[in-house]
Write a protein that binds this ligand. Structure first.
Ligand code: BV8
Length: 249
């Protein structure tokens, strides 16, 4: 299942960059965004993941994020997350950049995770910035609008919405790592959201070997040197096992 060429590339690699998307959390039972039955099935991105939509219908958007947060807290890292965490100790240097906001990589043991789109575990007041207390989640779970105890402003998730800039430090670091990567693994992402979807191109321009792991070809598949069709939770453990087997030869 794992081409020898990829094993050789990984064994010779000094710096690996991994970019993940919602697909790596699918086997933890979490909906993706654009697959059938995914988050966007019922809504369009513009309906939920942007500030105008939030201010227009805070109950809908808060309720959607609170429900996702609840599902994420009940979910467990899957073999794909765990294999990536183990991979980072099987190679000289691995940088993990994620578009996901679920923090399952961290729960799987990945230590250094660059979060391009923020995280769903923290909420804050859109007016004064005060971090929301735990009690705000029960208000949202009850279908009510949670507002700030300090100034009455609306409470929002600490994620990056459409039209919002990505965290500068995360973006700069991801770009810097892409420019020196010799292998890039793009895992479980449709490659449709920018600027995250630029990352593989940055690495490619600098000569990196690009690999995609996805159940269906993404929008970036034609740019890849190797496309491995399959579930991240199956391909990544096989990749780790193959690397460890060949390591001993
Ligand atoms: C910005 C919020 C500027 C958090 C999200 C036209 C052209 C190019 C760009 C644009 C454009 N018009 C507008 C833009 C910019 C826009 C954009 O890219 N739009 C797209 C849709 C065209 N980008 C932005 O607005 C970004 N900000 O540009 O700001 C700026 C600069 C300075 C100052 C001010 C402003 C902000 C982008 C972030 C938006 N936030 N979500 C949340 O709610 O989670 S995006 C959302 O999509 C998620 O964050 C998600 O991470 C992201 C990407 O989706 P994927 O992770 O790839 O998930 P998806 O469902 O799409 O795909 C899943 C994949 O997994 C599939 O391929 C599937 O086959 C695969 N899969 C499924 N199961 C498995 C699997 N693979 C392996 N194993 C499995 N088991």
């Amino acid at each position: 299942m794992i081409p020898r060429k990829l094993i050789d590339k990984l064994r010779a690699s000094e710096r690996i960059l991994v970019l993940t998307g919602a697909g790596i959390s699918a086997e933890s039972g979490l909906a993706t965004f654009r697959d059938p039955g995914g988050h966007w099935d019922q809504y369009r991105p513009e309906d939920l993941a942007n500030e105008e939509a939030f201010r227009r219908d805070p109950k809908l958007v808060q309720g959607w994020y609170a429900a996702r947060r609840k599902a994420i807290l009940a979910a467990l890292p899957n073999p794909g997350h765990l294999a990536l965490a183990a991979l980072s100790s099987a190679v000289p240097e691995l940088t993990l950049v994620t578009q996901n906001v679920d923090r399952l990589h961290q729960r799987a043991g990945s230590e250094k995770v660059i979060e391009l789109h923020g995280n769903i575990h923290q909420f804050y007041c859109i007016e004064c910035g005060l971090e929301a207390p735990e009690s705000a989640f029960s208000v949202m779970d009850a279908g009510k609008v949670a507002s700030c105890a300090n100034c009455g402003g609306l409470i929002r998730p600490a994620v990056v919405w459409f039209g919002e800039a990505l965290p500068k430090q995360a973006l700069d670091e991801a770009w810097a790592r892409a420019e020196v990567a010799d292998v890039l693994l793009s895992i479980g992402t449709s490659g449709l959201v920018y600027p995250a979807a630029h990352l593989p191109m940055v690495a490619k321009r600098r000569g990196a070997f690009l690999v995609e792991i996805n159940v269906t070809p993404s929008a970036l598949a034609n740019e890849m040197d190797l496309v491995l069709g399959g579930k991240a939770g199956e391909v990544l453990p096989a990749l780790l096992a193959a690397l460890q087997t060949h390591k001993n030869v």
